[in-house]
Design a protein around this ligand. Structure first.
Ligand SMILES: Nc1ncnc2c1ncn2[C@@H]1O[C@H](COP(=O)(O)OP(=O)(O)OP(=O)(O)O)[C@@H](O)[C@H]1O
Length: 459
C-alpha cells in the first residue's frame, strides 16, 4: 500500500475509534459529576449507603458521566479493592428473577448460592450481601447501576427496587443504588413503599452545548489529531466493550501502542490545519448550524462526524466543506419521504386515495373498502390502473401497513376486541400532507394522470 494511503487508513481508524469507543471522556457537567463522584467515594471508603437518580434526555451523557467517574475512581486502591460494581439494564433484565441471577453472577457468588433454597427475594439478596461481609473484616461495598431505571418500575411489585432501597436505607450493608433514566417523571412510577425508601437525591443532566461557537469548537477537537502525550492519553481512552455471560456490559482497556496509529508529525500538522481551514468556511458553518438547530447533543454531532470520516477515500483523503454538506443533507433527509419514493405506482395511488379521504373527512380513520372504492373511481378513468385486480390492491394496502405508512387503530391484526376482517379494519395515516407532496415532486417517472389526480380530489 502506498505510504499516503497507509497514513489515511491510520488517521481514519484513529478518528473512528475515538468517536465511537471513547466511553469515558465527559465534557461539562462538572458539578453533577462531582456530586456522583463524592457519593460513590463515600460508599466505598466510609461504608455509607446511598441512592441516587441520574435523569436527563437521551444521549445527554448520563452513562458517560458514570463511566468517567468510575474510570477515575477504580485505579484508586481504596476504591478498587473495597467495591463491587453491578450493572443492570432494564432492557436486558426484564424481570426480577433474571436481575437477581445476574447480580449473583456479577458478585461471583454462584457457587455460594448454588443449591440453596430461599423463601423470598429479600432473603436471597440478604444472603448475597452477607457473603460479602463474611469474606473479611470489612464488608465490601456494592454499587448497583440500574440503566433504564424506569423499566424496573414495571416489574411485579417492584420487588427488586424495594429490596435495594430498603437495604440502602437501613444500613444493613454498604450499597449505593444509582438509577439512570430519561424519564423525568420516574419518581411518580415508584410505589409508595418504594418511594419512601428512596433518598430522593436526584441529579439532572441537560445538554450543555448551547452556543453555536462551542459546537464548532467541539467539532474541531473531535476531528483534530492529537500530538505526543495527548495522543497517548487519547489512545488510552479508547476502550473495548465486552459482553460477559451475565449480559452486563463492561469495558476493558484496549492495550495498543499509540505508535500503531502511525501518522507522522508532518501529516498531523497538515491535517489539523486543513480542519481549521474547512471549519472557517461559510459552507461548513452552515452545515453545522443546520445540525445544531436540529439537535444540540454531542451524540448527534459524533454520529455525523463518524459518517463524514467513514467517507474518506484515498482518491479524496481530505475533509472538505462539500463533503460535510453532502453528509449533512443525508441527516436532514426525511426517511418517510425516501420510503414513499420507493413505493410502486399502485401503492402511491393508494396513498393519494388515503390523502383525499383524510382531507375530506378531516383525518378520519379508514379501512381498505373505503380506500378501494375511492381508488376504483380513479382506476376506471385511468389508462395505467384499469386492469388491476382487487387482490393485488389489497396486497399493496398491506404493504403500506407493513412499511408503517398507515397504522391499524386496533394494535395489529386480530389484536382488537373480537376479530375484524382485514378489509374492514380501521387505519390511520402516519404521514403528513407535506411528506406526500414532497414525494410527488421527487418521484421518478410518475404517470401524469396520477400526478394530476394527486393535485385534485374531484375523482
Ligand atoms: N457531556 C458529554 N461529554 C462527552 N460525551 C458526551 C456528552 N454527552 C453526550 N456524549 C456522547 O453522546 C453519546 C451518548 O452518551 P450517553 O450514552 O452517555 O448518553 P445517555 O444519556 O446515557 O443516553 P441514554 O439515555 O440513551 O442511555 C456518547 O457517544 C457520548 O460520548
Amino acid at each position: 500500500m502506498p505510504e499516503a494511503d497507509r497514513e489515511l487508513v491510520s488517521i481514519r481508524r484513529f478518528l473512528k475509534e475515538r468517536l465511537q469507543r471513547d466511553y469515558t471522556t465527559l465534557r461539562g457537567y462538572a458539578k453533577e459529576r462531582s456530586n456522583v463522584r463524592l457519593l460513590l467515594q463515600r460508599t466505598a471508603e466510609m461504608g455509607e449507603s446511598n441512592s441516587l437518580l441520574l435523569l436527563g434526555p437521551r444521549g445527554s451523557g448520563k452513562t458517560t458521566l458514570i463511566n468517567s467517574v468510575l474510570a477515575d475512581l477504580l485505579p484508586n486502591k481504596s476504591f478498587g479493592e473495597n467495591t463491587l460494581i453491578v450493572h443492570l439494564d432494564g432492557n436486558l433484565h426484564t424481570d426480577d428473577r433474571v436481575a437477581l441471577k445476574s447480580i449473583t453472577v456479577q458478585m461471583q457468588l454462584e457457587n455460594a448460592a448454588d443449591g440453596k433454597v430461599f423463601g423470598s427475594f429479600a432473603e436471597n439478596l440478604a444472603f448475597l450481601l452477607q457473603c460479602l461481609k463474611a469474606g473479611g473484616k470489612h464488608s465490601k461495598s456494592v454499587i448497583f447501576i440500574l440503566e433504564e431505571f424506569d423499566l424496573f418500575c414495571a416489574h411485579h411489585n417492584q420487588t427488586l427496587l424495594y429490596n435495594l432501597f430498603d437495604v440502602s436505607q437501613s444500613a444493613q450493608a454498604p450499597i449505593c443504588v444509582l438509577g439512570v433514566t430519561c424519564r423525568l417523571d420516574v419518581i411518580e412510577l415508584l410505589e409508595k413503599r418504594v418511594k419512601s425508601r428512596f433518598s430522593h437525591r436526584q441529579v439532572f443532566l441537560f445538554p450543555s452545548l448551547r452556543r453555536f461557537e462551542d459546537y464548532v469548537d467541539l467539532c474541531r477537537d473531535l476531528l483534530s489529531l492529537p500530538t505526543g502525550n495527548s495522543l497517548l492519553l487519547a489512545a488510552e481512552k479508547i476502550y473495548n466493550l465486552q459482553n460477559i455471560q451475565s449480559g452486563a456490559l463492561y469495558f476493558s482497556r484496549n492495550h495498543f501502542d499509540p505508535g500503531e496509529y502511525g501518522f507522522s508529525p508532518r501529516l498531523r500538522d497538515a491535517w489539523n490545519k486543513q480542519i481549521c481551514k474547512v471549519l472557517a468556511t461559510q459552507q461548513a458553518r452552515s452545515t453545522l448550524q443546520a445540525l445544531h438547530d436540529f439537535d444540540i447533543s454531542e451524540a448527534y454531532l459524533k454520529n455525523f462526524l463518524f459518517r463524514l470520516v467513514a467517507h474518506l477515500r484515498p482518491q479524496s483523503p481530505h475533509i472538505t466543506a462539500e463533503k460535510m454538506a453532502a453528509v449533512g443533507s443525508q441527516f436532514e433527509g426525511d426517511d418517510k419521504i425516501e420510503l414513499l419514493c420507493g413505493l410502486s405506482v399502485l401503492e402511491l395511488c393508494l396513498i393519494i386515495a388515503i390523502k383525499h379521504h383524510s382531507q375530506i373527512y378531516d383525518r378520519d380513520s379508514f379501512n381498505f373498502e373505503i380506500i378501494y372504492a375511492r381508488f376504483s373511481k380513479f382506476a376506471k378513468v385511468s389508462t395505467t390502473m384499469q386492469a388491476v385486480e382487487r387482490s393485488i390492491v389489497l396486497k399493496a394496502f398491506e404493504h403500506l401497513r407493513i412499511a408503517e405508512l398507515i397504522m391499524p387503530l386496533t394494535g395489529g391484526a386480530g389484536g382488537g376486541v373480537g376479530k375484524v376482517q382485514k378489509e374492514f379494519e380501521m387505519h390511520k395515516l402516519a404521514l403528513t400532507y407535506s411528506q406526500i407532496h414532497h414525494c410527488m415532486q421527487r418521484y421518478q417517472a410518475l404517470p401524469t394522470e396520477v400526478a394530476q389526480w394527486a393535485q385534485s380530489s374531484l375523482i
